[in-house]
Ligand binder design. Sequence first.
Ligand code: CTP
Length: 393
Amino acid sequence: MLLIVGGGVAAYKALELTRLLRKAGVAVRPILTAAGAQFVTPLSLAALAEDKVYADLFSLTDEAEMGHIELSRSADLVVVAPATADLMAKAANGLANDLASTALLATDKPVLMAPAMNVRMWQAAATRRNLAALMADGVRFVGPDEGAMACGEFGPGRLAEPPAILQAILALLAGGARPLVGKRAIVTAGPTAEAIDPVRMITNRSSGKQGYAIAGALAALGADVTLVSGPTALPAPPGVRRVDVESARDMLAACEAALPADIAVCVAAVADWRPAAASGKKIKKSSTDVEPIALVENPDILATLSQAGRKRPKLVVGFAAETHDLEANAKAKLAKKGCDWIVANDVSVAGTMGGDDNAVAIVATSGVDRWDRASKAEVARRLAQRIADTFAK
Ligand code: CTP
């Protein structure tokens, strides 16, 4: 996609947006306006985009490499962030006196603008008119948010947060189509925490990143998502209903309460065992009666949902973290749990647990689909798309 970075204090957020887009596997070709270059440097933008920054309409080198008309048409989507009052005015009126406005006039692709400006400029009659004209031309908008502004005023005009712009971009890149509208999905994520006493617990190193990314990707395709999450440090993705739980038993109860559903994706690293009886009081070091902690098995949420009879979601997906014999173990797990797919996750690679990348294979009774190592966000998008394709058949 083409990212036009306009001038404004919020331009620094375009760098974060670029980073998030690259992490999600989206190619970013930046255009930096002259005003934008007062706030972020071409070097930072190029480094994060991993591409050259285009800035000059009359650059012979750029024209030789890629003409400006071709530049605006080679991308799937044109995003303007921050979209200043000036850029909006130019685009609304068809002005084309620099590379950014020329690209906006010449493109035949969807355009998404994330406005950012002083609240009075946003509310000015001219900006209202330009906004109405752009919307009538089919331009989409994300934000602006309301809040304190760099100029000291308060109100609408803040650039939408980069994760929200990212979601809007991913939805548009998915064709703007929302194939999962009307479908209900349950996603479990994160670790569970099993109490030993009021201050101690058994838990694990799951970060929740992959599960949260899947919840966000399903929501971006229009699904109504309930994210049942163990303790994590992550914010809920936009548009997702989050239910916080601690123990495996709470997680199961929350999943059952979220039924009926069309889709269940169990990504949580559920503790297989819990202390047979959690002590109501803190166990003291001086205690004479400290005994080995007896464990009992936790309910298997994936297996329970897979075998829920009439209430079984049409598609149940489990994860398998394996260090060896990935596909053989995943096939055995598919049969044992009774789910439809297992996303087999190779955790033998250092940095996978808690890291940003994942190497997975989708194991179904119909066969195995091996995916290249990719960011967890990209794995989530591909999985959500595969789920949507399955419902489209
Ligand atoms: N899972 C679950 N409830 C449990 C245990 C696991 O829902 N009590 C789900 C996980 O969310 C994951 C899948 O089951 O989708 C695989 O979990 P895993 O722990 O790998 O499976 P186990 O049956 O525990 O097999 P093993 O530990 O022998 O690999």
